[in-house]
Design a protein around this ligand. Structure first.
Ligand code: ADP
Ligand code: ZN
Ligand code: ZN
Length: 811
């Protein structure tokens, strides 16, 4: 007998596998999907290990395989275990990352009467048992669901069990039908030889059945079956014409499987590799060498280069190199950057060899794409963080563009993994090379590169073949000085003048603000009271158009009060600014300028990003106002001025990464503005102009920012010098929530003392920054130390707790 360790799709399973015996005659491999009995249920599971011995004394048998070929590769099996152990997530959550879309299904139970029923005495059955027996005998096999509908769920289950015990009925299992399946399309197919069809067409014409004759002639000209829709378009024949030919036995209608191709290659012109600049060449050579070396360690490259320095060209050539070695690649890009233009750059270099995995694809497209990738049809898979788990065979290269982006961390659901760290793990397992690209690398990534854990490759300058396009000039405006000078407007004098000048000169301006809505919050000038959501406790945002206060956490709306709810003062004042308010003030300051606003209020619809951008590109507006999304529009040639209306919103967040976040945002703005021939200028408005994040971003000086920031991190014992874990407990009762958090803290301290761990500190418990979310309270404990997964692993977390290892934000 052989045994399998199976990760079972049940919330009860948590981080464990379960041992099952493999019945003789069933061939089982690692990575394969199987049906297993689990308590009273039949559940899906994935085989993670085979062994000659069971891990426990009593085992049940695997019922059947779900699919014959393994769904996970051996490397993915190890990766799933690592994700579960490191991020402390249920094992099946980690496994599920790697399964085909639409995989999760249930088993249906069927009940049938035993074949030798006449030998039994049925008169001793209870009336209820007899009733069930009646129903079962009417059908060859009865879906248990149907039986439950007739006699009630509980009763159906108990009586079925009783009847099974007496040998009167048997149970069998079938998989719930697939919700997503391959797409089939009707095709018309000739049933006779082409010559015969032409003869028949002539006869039909003689009988004045012209339409049938035309359709038949058309089909006789084709060498293959034709989609019904195409035949209709080409000949004008409707369905009844086709039916007439089918009735005569000349033609058949066949359902043929078609592949959905999410990339339209129409209009994509093939591109060829560019001749690399000296800096690119040297970076590329290091990567190429690592690819050719067996098991090069470390095999992680940090490609640090400003936007426009030619990183993407290096990705493309590295991918071509890996293809030469008969391997394949995965490219991760931030969700927001997964635009047709990005995809086209890859698709034009690897025609018909690029797969896209994207949440905006239909489930059917995702399903098809997954299976085609598994079949080895693509050289390159491109997608957001989850694309890392695509079943790409022969993986040789993983590229993570904009590696500093926070969206690479899944923070809102289990498993709370970071795609960068998972990619490095996967590369270790497969021997693949990893390229992390960024203009503003994550502080931790750069620290690893400094320590030579990763290879550091630098592209210090932009690639512009003819002339040098210098980085734009950045001016910092001190808003305190504006107030002193009596200017109470959102626009500093400098920004107002520069905007007016640009618009008058037929140039375009982008105004950037890291908030949406009207005045962001309302504060009483007499007592300092700030209006907050009663459910979430976040500050309410004033939405100008509707003149209401909106909670951005729960969407709760309340009217704007006339006086302070606490002290009744009428000095209730708008503080802070939002995109709508900015738009209003801009049109007041510059009445002749045409404005366009771009924020998430405006872009709920799928395509509207592109619409707004193309409107602006076509110069249908002079000023584009928006939140950080406008950073995408920065390489428009007519844009000569970018104004950062307030750099302070992100700087003042209570999070140790606020400086890094601000630097990244400002650098993105300052690094991308003015890419056209007209050059560019950036104006940053702030109440804290001396802050190093602002100063260094203005000078495009990553190295100085890094030096300052890493110093602070070291002094304050923050990552990358320590590790953080965030434990959050949520409950509808605040007092109970606090008590449970305190109990957990006591338990953690006990554990720490028992193990004699010195370098572990606990922060909190405290109410979370967003204390109340959708009616539930949240309390949190922050752990700071090393090897926190190992420490936390044996500690049971009751329901209501979540754990986030290496959180990207503590808010
Ligand atoms: P990044 O990814 O760093 O933003 P890109 O690879 O997109 O940089 O390069 C910026 C621009 O320079 C693109 O238009 C690209 O086609 C061009 N480019 C990149 N490398 C070269 C090269 N070696 N020779 C000529 N043009 C190049
Ligand atoms: Zn007040
Ligand atoms: Zn709320």
């Amino acid at each position: 007998m052989r045994y399998a360790e199976v990760s079972v799709n049940s919330p009860v399973a948590q981080r464990r596998t379960f041992s099952y015996a493999i019945p003789s005659g069933l061939s089982i491999n690692v990575g394969q999907a199987v049906w297993v009995p689990f308590g009273e249920k039949i559940l899906q599971g994935i085989v993670l290990e085979l062994s000659p011995y069971p891990a426990v004394a009593e085992t049940r048998e695997i019922i059947d395989v779900i699919e014959h070929r393994p769904l996970l590769s051996p490397a993915q099996v190890i990766l799933a275990r690592w994700i579960s152990e490191y991020y402390l997530s249920p094992l099946f959550d980690a496994v599920a990352l790697m399964l085909p879309p639409g995989f999760e299904r249930k088993a249906l139970t069927f009940v049938s009467a035993a074949p030798n029923l006449n030998d039994h005495d049925l008169s001793s059955l209870s009336p209820a048992q007899q009733q069930v027996m009646e129903l079962v005998r009417k059908k060859s096999s009865l879906n248990l669901k149907e039986l439950e509908k007739r006699v009630g769920k509980k009763k159906a289950q108990t009586i079925t069990s009783q009847l099974v015990k007496r040998g009167l009925v048997t149970r069998s299992y079938e998989i719930e039908p697939v919700k997503i399946s391959t797409k089939r399309v009707p095709y018309l197919c000739l049933n006779v030889a082409n010559s015969q069809a032409r003869e028949m067409a002539a006869k039909l014409r003689g009988k004045r059945a012209v339409k049938q004759a035309n359709l038949l002639n058309f089909l006789a000209e084709q060498s293959e079956p034709v989609p019904l829709t195409e035949a209709r378009q080409r000949t004008g024949a409707n369905k009844s014409v086709a039916d007439a030919l089918i009735g005569k036995g000349l033609v058949t209608l066949q359902q043929i499987e078609v592949k959905r191709e999410p990339i339209s290659y129409q209009g994509i012109t093939p591109s060829s590799p560019l001749k690399l600049t000296a800096a690119q060449e040297s970076a590329f050579n290091s990567i190429r060498e690592a690819m050719h070396r067996e098991k090069a360690q470390p095999n992680v490259f940090l490609l640090h280069g400003v936007t426009g320095s030619g990183k993407t060209e290096i990705y493309l050539q590295a991918l071509a190199e890996v293809v030469k070695l008969s391997k394949r690649g995965i490219v991760l890009v931030p969700e927001i950057a997964l635009t047709p233009q990005t995809i086209e750059r890859f698709a034009s270099r690897f025609l018909h060899k690029v797969a896209v995995l994207h949440s905006q694809l239909s489930p059917g497209e995702q399903f098809d794409e997954w299976h085609r990738i598994k079949d080895g049809e693509f050289d390159v898979v491109i997608g957001p963080r989850s694309a890392l788990f695509a079943p790409q065979p022969d993986l040789g290269l993983i590229v993570i563009d904009e590696e500093h982006e926070w969206t690479y961390k899944q923070h809102d659901k289990s498993p709370r993994y970071h795609a960068r760290d998972a990619a490095i793990k996967l590369a270790e397992l497969t021997g693949a090379v990893v390229i992390l690209g960024s203009a503003t690398p994550d502080i931790a990534t750069y620290y690893h590169a400094q320590k030579s854990d990763y290879h550091l490759l630098q592209l210090p300058e932009r690639v512009v073949p003819t002339e040098k396009s210098p980085l734009p000039q950045v001016e910092i405006v001190d808003l305190r000085e504006e107030l002193k000078a009596g200017n109470r407007s959102i626009f500093s004098r400098s920004l107002a003048q520069a905007t007016a000048k640009a618009v008058a000169g037929g140039e375009q301006v982008i105004l950037f603000l890291n908030r949406r809505g009207g005045a962001t919050f309302i504060q009483c000038r007499s007592c300092g009271f700030v209006l907050r959501c009663r459910r979430c406790e976040v500050t309410l945002t004033h939405h100008f158009a509707e003149d209401v206060l909106v909670c951005h956490q729960c969407n709760h709306k309340t009217p704007v009060p006339n006086s302070c709810p606490r002290c009744s003062s009428r000095q209730i004042k708008f503080l802070g600014i939002g995109t709508q308010k900015l738009e209003q003030e801009a049109s007041f300051t510059l009445p002749q300028a045409r404005m366009l606003r771009w924020d998430s209020d405006m872009t709920k619809r799928k395509k509207s990003h592109e619409e707004i951008l193309s409107k602006f590109r076509a110069h249908q507006a002079d000023i584009l106002i928006g939140t950080q999304m406008v950073a995408k529009g920065l390489d428009l040639p007519r844009v000569t001025l970018v104004g950062v209306v307030s750099a302070d919103t992100s700087l003042n967040l209570p999070d140790f990464r606020a400086g890094e976040r601000t630097f990244q945002l400002l650098s993105q703005v300052a690094g991308r503005a003015g890419r056209g021939p007209l050059g560019g200028q950036v104006i940053i408005q702030t109440f804290s102009p001396e802050h190093y994040a602002i100063q260094t971003a203005a000078k495009h000086d990553y190295a100085s920012f890094y030096d300052k920031e890493i110093d602070y991190r070291r002094q304050l014992h923050n990552p990358p010098f320590t590790q953080l874990a965030l434990l959050t407990y949520t409950h509808t009762n605040d007092a109970l929530c606090q008590r449970e958090a305190e109990r957990m803290r006591a338990q953690l301290i006990e554990e720490k003392d028992a193990k004699g761990i010195a370098d572990l500190s606990l922060i909190g418990p405290s109410p979370a920054f967003i204390h109340r979310l959708r009616g539930r309270f949240r309390w949190q404990i922050i752990l700071r130390g090393t090897e926190l997964s190992t420490f936390l692993s044996p500690i049971p977390l009751p329901q209501g707790w979540t754990v986030d290892i290496d959180p990207v934000t503590l808010l």
